[in-house]
Design a protein around this ligand. Structure first.
Ligand code: MN
Length: 234
């Protein structure tokens, strides 16, 4: 095949304890998947069906890293999330079969331009400009599923400059991994390389240039991200 110009480099993430990389195909994100966070955003989460939004594959960046404070916002927020890496595709996957489709897991931050999201909600517009901007998904090295302690329980936390702001347990997911991935696969045919960011617990908040953000999911991984001033990074 001949292209009119060189195709883009395949987006990818580091894999823990390996020099092979995980090729990223799409990034799906689950909205409002922890009760306390849904309530802090002004919603009643009583088992409303899960809903999804997306980020482009190249929003994924390895950690540790520095990320420039993004354009168009004055209210950049952190959302720490368990990340699931799909290794085998499929549609209409039964919840008890989801495990066989998972290649690995990690932890990432769903960086959010909260002011743009608030405007989008008010105007009935899409969330893309709030969620799908460049470098909006810093993610720790992916851990192969055989090395993951549990996808059902484990502390999930995030700290800014050493001060803990988000502190919960993935056991509190309203729609656990097996269920929300089964439901996602009813809407799209999942493929190897897809990532699922599974939602954030309560305690989201603003970041400013100079902040050092750390976070993790116990038994899976940890990350560190520095928010840089726009002028500090090309
Ligand atoms: Mn999120």
């Amino acid at each position: 095949m001949r292209f009119v110009f060189s195709p883009p480099v395949q987006a990818s993430l580091a894999v823990a304890n390996s020099d092979a990389r995980f090729p990223v195909r799409r990034i799906f994100c689950v909205g409002r998947n922890y009760e306390a966070h849904a309530r802090e955003m002004g919603n009643d989460p009583t088992r409303e069906p899960p809903f999804f939004f997306t980020k482009p594959a190249d929003a994924a960046v390895d950690t540790p890293c520095a990320i420039a404070y993004p354009p168009l916002t004055q209210d950049l927020h952190h959302e720490i999330e368990l990340v699931i890496a799909i290794g085998r595709g499929g549609a209409n996957i039964a919840s008890d079969a989801v495990q066989a489709h998972i290649w690995g897991a990690s932890v990432g931050i769903d960086l959010t331009r909260r002011d743009l999201q608030a405007t989008a909600k008010k105007m009935g517009r899409p969330w893309d400009w709030a969620k799908a901007f460049d470098r909006s998904a810093p993610i720790a090295p992916i851990v192969p599923i055989a090395d993951v302690t549990s996808l059902r329980a484990g502390r999930i936390w995030l700290a800014v400059n050493g001060e803990v702001r988000q502190d919960a347990d993935i056991a509190d997911l309203i729609w656990p991994v097996s269920e929300h991935i089964a439901i996602l696969s009813q809407s799209v045919t999942l493929a190897p390389g897809d990532l699922v960011m599974t939602g954030t617990p309560a305690g989201v908040g603003a970041l400013v240039p100079g902040d050092v953000v750390t976070g993790g999911v116990d038994g899976i991984g940890a990350l560190s991200v520095t928010i840089a001033a726009k002028k500090d990074i090309a």
